[in-house]
Design a protein around this ligand. Structure first.
Ligand code: GLC
Length: 733
């Protein structure tokens, strides 16, 4: 695209081209700029430093940052927030010789000022349109406050709930995780990075960070290329195809080479095979950490290995700043390699429109109008309602009716704005978060509150007072779970059970004879077998953000009929992990009626709740499952099924299509999700849902990462949960 006049103005303004008649393409603009740059100025573009405090790790860059910005030795800052500060730093950048603007990045994981449900909760909605909408609002608020880049979406697939960062992702399934990745990239970036309502996305963490050995944070990742290609690679690939502007390298080593200096991942797969034209930023200090991995002798060796492997921008550590000039002079890094990294970064600054107007994102009036606006809060409420998973509803104790006048509310989490914000809502205005306690009061109910247990020790407190609150109320609501800071980064756990005394308290409350409804608040799948058995109803409410209390009340009283499903298996025992729905048959499947099968002698192989499971206040029937011929060459067939709302209440169903490749040239899972459709139906209404069967539904990667579709028999399965499906066979010629 040629923006001739504007670019010409820039070039003259930047003192790069004096001739007014030349037509200049964006390509030429970057090339001309690159030609003007000294080695120091080029290296400066590859440096990103943090500001004010150790947000996500120690700040090793002991340098005068403002001074270096003025000298053109820094290309980007992270953790600079607010228009005033961003404007100040940009002013400094424009004092440098070539006046190259900075880009400003921040972790906006589930909300900038308005807080949205944590990403894993949003994933439970299986509402891709809603997920794209909330991503768009996150970007809108971020851009309105001066940012041009957010470090998200995190697209790491994980089968291990011990790992705390499952909170940030979309769960265990590569097909669904890919659809969510696409939706979030589209929401964040829109169609034009120069639009002041959009910012750059950053796909993280490349690659395989969600599969750390033993679920231990930052631990090694070791998997076959076949395993990577079929289960972990798809979400990164989908995000790149959706146009993600940047990628962040992962802390972990990937098959014995740290991701931050992994030539196979960064140069060969991402840039050459996938044709990625954006740039790769390291994770926090992860270039210098090549020394800790014992993959680099020292920071100089780390700089050479990372840049030569395709790592374009170094976050926080100073290996590039300190050693790249020497390395180039010694011929250990080619200047062409440096130029390629610089070009990728400058092109994104240009796409953001920062050369034309370095202050385009600094508009206080726009910021005041957009941040925490009613429109954005309403989106947070709608997403929160759609994220709540109804797990148990015995004797249809829910939804509550207007007959309920008094509520025993048990558990300090029900009052905690901090916990409702979730694990990573750095810039959220917590004072504006609606807790369950607030929302119940606003409904005009009599609320008999009791702590029930100590939020720190998790020991039961004042049991008699708690039981008395229950006895004098129509219904008992108990908020149990983790603390919000017990998931997210550096929050891996060996025990993911809800504390024992919280569970025992529910059993004690049940003895009062009152209906007991339990709200499980968590940032990961958690285990609560005693509650599962004793409670009358259980809702997984995750961490729901600014409108948490209103969303929970709307679901409890049926204003919103819960529709969410689990995007990740909930184990029955931590010893089952990694546990996931797409397991393989093995040579001795448990379906064989014999003692020698793939199982445990001391526990079941079944999860507490499977992937794709979630209840509604109505029920849905499936009938007329059929396979029809494909209507075009790339559609081998169409699966159709009729879904009927059998209850008295309007509801939404997430219709799921799973596929089994009966026999293949590599071992394949017993089923894989290959389609979802969320539909709303009135009572008694039926709808026919159709799924196209393309190569993506039938194919797989072999151990050399070649994508294959093999003729033979397939089983198509359709239903409302991975463990409740009807099936039909199909033969691909
Ligand atoms: C953190 C995280 C990464 C984040 C980065 C910047 O350690 O791993 O997800 O974007 O550092 O804060």
């Amino acid at each position: 695209m040629k923006r001739i006049i504007t670019l010409l103005f820039c070039l003259c303004g930047f003192g790069i081209i004096n001739v007014a008649s030349q037509t200049v393409t964006e390509e030429d603009f970057i090339s001309n700029l690159l030609k003007q740059m000294t080695l120091d100025e080029k290296i400066g573009q590859l440096a990103q430093y943090t500001y004010r405090g150790n947000f996500t790790g120690p700040d090793g860059a002991n340098i005068p940052k403002e001074e270096y910005v003025k000298q053109g030795k820094i290309g980007s800052m992270l953790n600079v927030t607010g228009i005033k500060e961003i404007h100040r730093f940009q002013e400094l950048a424009l004092q440098s010789r070539l006046r190259i603007p900075l880009i400003f990045g921040l972790d906006v994981i589930h909300g900038y000022r308005t807080c949205f449900p944590i990403p894993l909760a949003e994933a439970a909605s299986f509402d891709l349109a809603m997920i794209e909408e909330t991503a768009r609002y996150n970007a809108m608020e971020s851009a309105a406050d001066g940012l041009n880049w957010i470090f998200g979406p995190m697209v790491d697939i994980s089968w291990d709930a011990r790992w705390g960062r499952v909170m940030e992702g979309a769960g265990e399934d590569p097909y669904y995780g890919s659809r969510v990745a696409e939706a979030r990239v589209k929401g964040i970036q829109g169609n034009n990075l120069a639009d002041t309502a959009t910012v750059m996305a950053c796909i993280k963490h490349f690659a395989g960070y969600g599969a750390p050995t033993a679920g231990k944070e930052y631990n090694s990742v070791d998997m076959s290329l076949g395993q990577f290609a079929n289960f972990y690679m798809p979400t990164y690939h989908a995000a790149i195809k959706a146009g993600a502007a940047t990628v962040m390298s992962a802390f972990n080593d990937f098959n014995n080479i740290p991701s931050t200096a992994n030539d196979f991942l960064l140069n060969r797969l991402l840039k050459q095979q996938w044709g990625f034209k954006g740039f790769v930023v390291s994770d926090y200090n992860s270039v210098e950490e090549l020394v800790n991995h014992r993959y680099a002798y020292d920071k100089k060796d780390a700089a050479a290995k990372a840049l030569n492997a395709g790592l374009d921008m170094e976050m926080v550590s100073t290996c590039y700043l300190t050693y790249l000039k020497e390395l180039i002079q010694e011929g250990k890094v080619k200047e062409k390699t440096l130029d390629n990294a610089v070009r990728r970064i400058l092109e994104k600054k240009q796409e953001l429109g920062l050369f034309e107007d370095p202050f385009r994102y600094c508009n206080p009036a726009r910021s005041a109008k957009i941040l925490n606006s009613p429109e954005i809060r309403n989106a947070s409420l709608r997403m929160a309602e759609r994220s709540i998973v109804l797990l148990e509803n015995k004797q249809s104790v829910l939804p509550l009716t207007s007959q309920v006048k008094s509520v025993a509310l048990i558990g300090g989490l029900s009052k905690s704005q901090n916990d409702m914000a979730g694990a990573w809502a750095a810039t959220t205005d917590r004072s504006k978060i609606i807790t369950l306690y607030d929302a119940l009061l606003q409904k005009g109910l009599e609320v008999n509150y009791a702590d029930g247990y100590d939020l720190k020790s998790n020991r039961m407190t004042d049991l008699q007072k708690t039981l008395q609150a229950a006895r004098t109320s129509d219904i008992v609501l108990v908020a149990v779970g983790e603390r919000a800071n017990q998931s997210g980064e550096k929050a891996a756990k060996v025990d993911i059970s809800i504390p024992e005394e919280q569970q025992r308290l529910v059993s004690e409350l049940k003895k009062t004879g009152k209906p007991v409804v339990v709200l499980v608040m968590c940032g990961r799948p958690v285990i609560f077998n005693e509650i599962k058995e004793k409670a009358d109803a259980v809702l997984c409410t995750w961490w729901l953000g600014s409108e948490a209390g209103n969303a929970i009340c709307n679901v409890l009283w049926g204003t919103y009929n819960p529709s969410a499903k689990l995007p990740m298996t909930f184990p029955a025992h931590v010893g089952q992990i990694p546990i996931y729905y797409q397991y393989k048959s093995t040579g001795r499947p448990t379906s064989l009626k014999q003692t020698y099968t793939a199982s445990y002698i001391d526990y079941s192989t079944e999860p507490a709740y499977p992937f794709g499971y979630g209840l509604s206040y109505t029920t849905f029937g499936y009938s007329d499952l059929n396979v029809l011929p494909g209507k075009s060459p790339d559609i081998h067939a169409e699966v159709s099924v009729k879904v009927t709302n059998q209850g008295q209440r309007t509801g939404e169903e997430i219709v799921q299509l799973y596929v089994q490749d009966k026999v293949a040239s590599v071992t394949r899972p017993i089923k894989e999700l290959k389609g979802i459709q969320k539909i709303q139906m009135e009572p008694g209404e039926s709808k026919t849902v159709t799924f196209p069967i393309t190569n993506e539904a039938l194919g797989f990667y072999d151990n050399e990462m070649n994508y294959k579709v093999e003729p033979g028999e397939f089983i198509f399965m359709v239903g409302g949960s991975s463990n409740n499906l009807q099936q039909i066979t199909f033969t691909l010629k």
